[in-house]
Write a protein that binds this ligand. Structure first.
Ligand SMILES: Nc1ncnc2c1ncn2[C@@H]1O[C@H](COP(=O)(O)OP(=O)(O)OP(=O)(O)O)[C@@H](O)[C@H]1O
Ligand SMILES: [Mg+2]
Length: 362
């Protein structure tokens, strides 16, 4: 998959942007707060309909305006295609694929595979379990429609059950009505747990040798899925938790409480890892994702690298840049020193300045 062109109107600090991308390495460089990350956010949004920063739609409309337009032209499996997003203040956003309106944002998901890497990804290792669940979900949703459907159905049923728990706390006669939600949650939850299990197994097979190589054989990485309940026992565990759930007014059992652990040489990297070790794991996970997508969808993903090169040491920079050869990559950075020093060939270089982008010809 290759993104050929991006057009923005009143998106973030861009009044008007029309930029052509090469199928190789594209660089957007410039000082802080000029709009580099905004370009990656726009691409991510076109590919997933969601902001990576989890921003609200209205916040992405240029200050003082009521609407933003995004258009992305891309080629997939030899076909030229187009996605249009129209963000309107206080309304649901409108989406069209190849000029035809779609009602569900889930139709966009999985159409494109995008892997993004930013310094924030360290939070997958450092922060709480929600970040790691989000990592699993974002990957699995791109790889499996069944997963995406199960996850959104699960979340809907879970919200209903939590609502009901609050009502049962004041009116016990409603207790029996929990059955229907328990059943739905167990059904969708089982699929989620099974797919997460498989995903982590696949990821381990790929990530382990990558991490060995990155650390020159010093570190063995094992990613461990830590489900809150096994798939097999989920229904029973939910049932057993019911009285506690009524007291706490929330659902205490289910994959919304899952976690995963990154273990290096036997120790949990979240607790014992140094910053550098954690950063290397984040890099391993991203490199493994590239391989996993290539294997699963038999197409190259598009890679977005937001200001990550300067955070890595030279050997890790090289490893990253070597593994992206042949994959369309969009890189943001503040300066071009690394690229000049390492003689990295860049196919397009753009300077970003106050919401305007100009091409630098070598
Ligand atoms: N809705 C909006 N309307 C107008 N400008 C906005 C909007 N949202 C954010 N901005 C502006 O966009 C700029 C930030 O852009 P961005 O995050 O892309 O910068 P950057 O070039 O990646 O900087 P850094 O190097 O610091 O990461 C800020 O100056 C911010 O005020
Ligand atoms: Mg930035």
């Amino acid at each position: 998959m290759v993104i050929n062109r991006l057009e923005l109107m009143d998106f973030r600090n861009y009044e008007n942007l029309d930029v052509e991308l090469s199928k190789g390495v594209n660089i957007f460089f410039g000082d802080n707060a000029q709009g580099k990350t905004n370009i990656l956010e726009a691409i991510y949004l076109c590919c997933t309909t969601r902001s990576q920063k989890r921003s609200h739609d209205k916040d992405m409309i240029r200050f003082g305006e009521d609407e933003a337009h995004l258009k992305m032209l891309f080629n997939k499996s030899g076909l030229d295609r187009k996605i249009d997003l129209h963000i309107i203040k206080n309304k649901a956003k409108k989406i069209a694929i190849d000029g035809i309106p779609v009602t569900k944002s889930t139709e966009v998901y999985g159409m494109m595979n995008i892997i993004s890497f930013s310094p924030d990804d360290l939070s997958i290792i450092k922060e709480g379990p929600a970040e790691r669940r989000n990592f699993m979900d974002m990957e699995l949703c791109q790889l499996s429609r069944e997963y995406m459907y199960s996850l959104s159905s699960y979340n809907r049923a879970l919200a209903q059950r939590n609502n009901l728990l609050k009502q049962v706390a004041v009116n016990e006669s409603l207790k029996g009505t929990l059955d229907i939600w328990d059943e739905q949650i167990s059904g969708f939850g089982r699929t989620i747990i099974e797919q997460r299990n498989r995903f982590i197994d696949d990821l381990n097979l790929i990530a382990s040798p990558i991490h060995q190589k990155l650390t020159e054989g010093e570190e063995e990485l094992k990613i461990k899925y830590v489900p809150n309940s096994s798939a097999k026992d989920l229904q029973n565990n939910i049932f057993l938790s019911r009285d506690r759930d009524i007291i706490t007014k929330m659902s205490n059992v289910g994959p919304h409480r899952d976690d995963m652990e990154c273990i290096i040489n036997g120790d949990n990297a979240r607790v014992f890892g140094s910053q550098g070790q954690q950063r290397t794991i984040a890099l391993t996970l991203k490199l493994a994702e590239i391989e996993l997508v290539k294997k699963s969808v038999r197409d190259d993903p598009v890679l977005l690298l937001d200001d990550v090169l300067s955070e890595l040491d030279r050997s890790r920079q090289n490893q990253l840049l070597n593994s992206i050869s042949g994959i369309q990559t969009i890189i943001t950075c503040t300066g071009l020193e690394e690229f000049i020093r390492e003689r990295i060939s860049c196919d397009k270089i753009y300077k970003v300045e106050q919401g305007k982008v100009s091409e630098i010809k070598e």
